[in-house]
Design a protein around this ligand. Sequence first.
Ligand code: SF4
Length: 411
Amino acid sequence: MISKYSHSSLNSFRNCPRQFKFQKIEKPDVPKRTTADAKLGDAVHRVLRFLYQRASDGKLMSFDKMLAAYDAEWEGPIRKAVVVANEYMTVDDYIKNGRKMLAEYYEKHQPFDQGRLLGAEMRLNFELPHTRFGFLAIVDRLWKRPDGTIEIWDYKTGRRLPLGSKDPSFRRQMGLYQIAIQTIYPEFERIELAQYWLRHDEVISCQLRTDEIEELLEELRTDVHAIINAERLNDFPTREGPLCSYCDYEHLCPAKRHRLMLDAESGNGGGGEKATAESGAELADRFIKANEEMNRWKQEREALRKEVIQAARELEVDTLCGSATSVRVKLKSEECLPTKSQSPDEYAELSHLAGKWGFENYFELSTSQFMKEAYRKGRLTPEQQEQIKAYVRIKDASRVSIVKRKNPENE
Ligand code: SF4
């Protein structure tokens, strides 16, 4: 059971539930890679923390000392362990970029006393309001402006500038930090959120309204319920994407292992798993072929069905005789109402009218919708949740689908 959630752990679950399970539940002992992007972020954050902590003690760190502290962050064995994912960049390029970001920041903000520092890299443990879910938020800088406004700052060294303060990634991260601060310091009234994008020298800031915070709280509660449900059913599917190249668990990943087994066999001459892996590959090929044939037959059948109806209309008959048996055609039109999946809005209006006129029995409870929207999202009271649990069955919901494999050359 996860005891503490954070912005990054919720993100990890959204990006790939299986990676989340490796990271937070199974925790296998695998060599961890430090990417150059992550190292750059760490080094810059640490130096900015020193700068502000010194300044709040009335000591200005000199420009040269700041750069020396930054360079020291890259020294030692860590430098050799850093992985550069970008083929046109080197570790030195990353170091240079960090220096440039810090130099520009220093020139612009020294002597770092435009407000009062309340905390730097603060680790805030709190419970999500109206729940027992423990959360951790790490706030880069908590700052009090002379006009009394509290600023929550987050530094970014990445490339992808969000699309303003409405960007969901901005809102989710910074909104969570606001919830943390307001939970711990309810006396703070005016709060402003800001992300400083050092690479672009851009600040994205906003103040979130109470209703926006309430909406975010509901989203966060839903996310936590999704994780709790995944744990209960041990349902952590893989979700392949660009982040796989940075994943430390690729060799253990159920989406990647079969390919690795097959590749290892052709390279190293096999092992105990060879026969099983190969028969798995054969089975996949047979399934794909059968599926293609079935789709072709389905399309052909549908085209023939339409032709048969057309022929019956033209001949004005309701039976077409084949050589041994016949095909009966019932030409018919009928009135119908939209189904829920065809038109959810009209369906909602109709169910409202039916209820108003006393015909509610004709509208069935959609147990799957109720399960998805009310039970899984934790929208019921704890008592209601318990009551519904008595009816909950666990069914095998396994699915088999065909995915086109990307050309490894282009991956
Ligand atoms: S390799 Fe990709 S799909 Fe597999 S766990 Fe890692 S991120 Fe998820």
